[in-house]
Write a protein that binds this ligand. Sequence first.
Ligand SMILES: N[C@@H](CCC(=O)N[C@@H](CS)C(=O)NCC(=O)O)C(=O)O
Length: 232
Amino acid sequence: MAGGEDEHELKLLGTWRGPFALRVRLALNFKGLSYEYQEEDLANKSDLLLESNPVNKKVPVLIHNGVPICESLAILEYIDEVYRGTGPCLLPGDPYQRAVARFWAAYIDQNLVAPWWKMFVGKTDKEKHEGTKQTLAAVEKLEVALRECSSGKPFFGGDNVGYIDVVLGGMVAWMQGTEALCGLELLDATKTPLLLAWMERFGGMEPAKAVLPDIDRLVEFAKMKRAQKALI
Ligand SMILES: N[C@@H](CCC(=O)N[C@@H](CS)C(=O)NCC(=O)O)C(=O)O
């Protein structure tokens, strides 16, 4: 992979399973950028993480030549701007299409990732039920978004993986583990055929396979953490 002048100018703090760190790793891989990776223990965060993200103390943090960048969506945009000439562009060149991509990225965070979590670790049955309803509504909207954004091409980004693909890509293993973790199939061939095919296509690509977690390992780990009521 291309790494620029200094092989270690990029360092990423993350966890192997977190959807937010995974989307950054996916973006780095699809762009062909090399980086040093530091796995964080969220129960015992490193000094580097606490110093680099003193406000939220969360992963991911990308450290570029010693300067930390926080928040996964901001990191994706940063990578795309700084490494514009390297690998495929994540965000489209057209301002309207860029706004659309940012809209769906925010939608995924608010309407898929957050409700999915509520469905999985909700404190009451009511909360879990609400999370389930919102998650299922979100995948149906994302099915339409995929149809419109891709215009019949394989990805949200068209012929290549783009911004929305890597943002949603961080959730692929969790989506595949939903039945084992929450007792329902998230995507199906009748309601969400395009998303189902997208998930298989995306998950099968080499840059994705290199970072996406093994489903059985993820399911086992998530069940254990849920039982312990610990951070995932
Ligand atoms: N909005 C943030 C969310 C990051 C986030 O929630 N990270 C979790 C791991 S998946 C974390 O670091 N949790 C540690 C904590 O809450 O103390 C982003 O997009 O980067």
